[in-house]
Design a protein around this ligand. Structure first.
Ligand SMILES: Nc1nc2c(ncn2[C@@H]2O[C@H](COP(=O)(O)OP(=O)(O)OP(=O)(O)O)[C@@H](O)[C@H]2O)c(=O)[nH]1
Ligand SMILES: [Mg+2]
Length: 331
């Protein structure tokens, strides 16, 4: 593993994993290459990066030619505080879950393979929104590239298991087996494998669904025995709502973001209607970037009100923001 990767590299790598467009990917990869310490130990990684850059460049060029078409490179714009992608076997209740947590209206059907395309929806949690994406089913034979791309770029994967019928467990195992054949991995946290940049791990929550169904408890025991997974779990009934409030909260927590409210110097009250969300550990400068590029460029200082500072403390761009901080940006 190459030592001494800079914070800029780490940040670009994280942005790369979550990039919504080839342009963004390209920009992140270029930063990663620039920031990579150049010595023997990083030769392979440098070569990997160069290869990826040329691949993404081709994609960018191709995209310009076929603008507007939904090909395998089809990407969904990111919205809200983060993105959780719902995956699972046929009939597991993925679309029902999207319908229960958001205002989207996907096709929910008794027959399998009802969903053919990814469908996004926005899930409210307290005063923020999180993007959820429903996907077509994964089976031993089918895992489309779009779904795979969505898994790799997600902040969180909700891996559904169907407790409503005996085949549910086999179908769940098929999903795991199919994914195991790819370089897309599920696990406790999200990162790119530094030995092989193609291998991407995404933080996953196991969500056994249909706990309301007869014999669901027994199937849950069987699932634990047969398919042990190293990730957290939350049992739900997407149809009846069991566990859904906990799920909302768990989804939000796993994004590991903090909310920041802005206040204009001339106003007495902050704008509480629309928090900015940034990853935990982000700085004031990261917030300023979200508010407006000019703010990030011209930021002189800010005043902060929050749990970790005296009210109205003056801070610089490197101040690490905390959840529910109020900031007054001065340029
Ligand atoms: N009893 C029960 N049935 C559920 C639950 N969630 C979904 N269902 C039913 O399971 C069936 C499949 O639900 P969908 O949401 O369409 O499943 P899906 O995973 O999107 O299926 P595909 O798009 O075909 O992959 C429907 O008949 C739903 O009503 C649940 O929590 N309990
Ligand atoms: Mg569906």
């Amino acid at each position: 593993m190459p030592a001494n990767l800079t914070p800029q590299y780490k940040k670009a790598e994280e942005e790369y994993r979550r990039a919504g467009t080839p342009d963004e990917e390209l920009r992140c990869l270029q930063v990663m290459l620039r920031e990579m310490p150049k010595h023997k130990g990083t030769d392979k990684l440098q070569a990997d990066l160069k290869q990826r850059i040329s691949k993404v460049k081709k994609e960018v060029e191709g995209q310009a030619k076929t603008a507007g078409k939904r090909g395998p490179g089809f990407r969904l714009p990111r919205q809200g505080a983060g993105r959780a992608v719902i995956i699972g076997g046929p009939n597991a209740g993925k679309s029902q879950l999207l319908a229960s947590l958001t205002r989207a209206s996907p096709v929910v059907a008794e027959y399998p393979f009802a969903t053919h395309e990814p469908l996004p929806g926005m899930m409210p949690f307290e005063d923020v929104m999180v993007q959820l994406v429903d996907t077509p089913p994964i089976t031993a034979g089918v895992l489309d590239t779009t779904t795979q791309g969505l898994i790799r770029g997600a902040d969180l994967v909700l891996l559904l298991a169907d407790l409503g019928c005996d085949e549910g467990i086999d179908q769940f195992q098929e999903v795991l087996d199919r994914l195991a054949q790819t370089k897309t991995r599920l696990g406790r946290s999200s990162y790119l494998d530094e030995e092989d940049l193609g291998v991407s791990h995404t933080q996953t929550l196991l969500v056994p669904n249909k706990i309301d169904a007869p014999d669901a408890r027994a199937r849950l025991d069987l699932l634990h025995e047969m398919c042990p997974l190293d990730c957290d779990e939350l049992v739900i009934s997407a149809l009846h709502g069991t566990g859904l409030e906990d799920l909302r909260s768990k989804i939000y927590q796993s994004l590991d973001v903090v909310r920041v409210y802005t206040k204009q110097p001339s106003h007495k009250e902050p704008d509480y209607s629309q928090p900015f969300t940034v990853r935990r550990g982000s700085t004031l400068l990261d917030v300023a970037e979200q508010v407006h590029r000019d703010f990030a460029r011209d930021l002189k200082h800010a005043r902060v009100w929050g749990s970790q500072v005296h009210p109205g403390t003056t801070v610089k761009g490197d101040y690490v923001v905390h959840d529910k901080d109020v900031v007054e940006l001065h340029i």
